[in-house]
Ligand binder design. Sequence first.
Ligand code: AMP
Length: 188
Amino acid sequence: MNIVIFGPPGAGKGTQSKFIVNKFNLYQLSTGDLLRNEIKNKTPLGSKISSTINSGELVSDKIVNDLIEKFISNDNYKNKIIFDGYPRNLKQAHNLNELLNKYDQKIDLVLKLSVSLETIKKRILQRQTIENRDDDSEEIAIKRYKTYERSTEPVIEYYKQLNLLKAIDGERSIDQINKEISDIISLI
Ligand code: AMP
């Protein structure tokens, strides 16, 4: 089973992905984590993308498309991926379809965590004290939220048309959301 999880920054995508990974024995493919690792390890790619990430904009499609193919083509992860942070725009969604087709796979479920901008601001400020991410200031969080609305909301609509989408109220407690997601996945 392959799953895509959507949600604005601070919606709990990362937390819920980790829970799903453990419970259903999947692999979390977080493009944000992969990109942050490049920056942390001071690779040439890392220095190329750091200012884009820190400004709350998206990095180029080519960069993330190349990153995800490495995982989709790997037999160890076949039909076991939860895509966290990809696709972020319609071009990436089409690329994901092509890649999954190429490796004889498909998307089985798309989850969307909905959270208000007010909640996001609060959670991002909390996360800032724990993770110390450079892109977690309130100003950049709002920018990332706007990028999400502009580029990513159309992708969610696309999956809705394909009848793959399940919307989840992300304002509730982590446990309540865990339970709802488990129930949905267990029915697939
Ligand atoms: P995230 O951890 O998913 O919130 O991602 C952090 C940042 O990494 C984003 O604000 C983007 O700059 C970049 N990023 C992550 N995934 C993608 C993607 N699929 N396409 C373009 N940029 C991405």
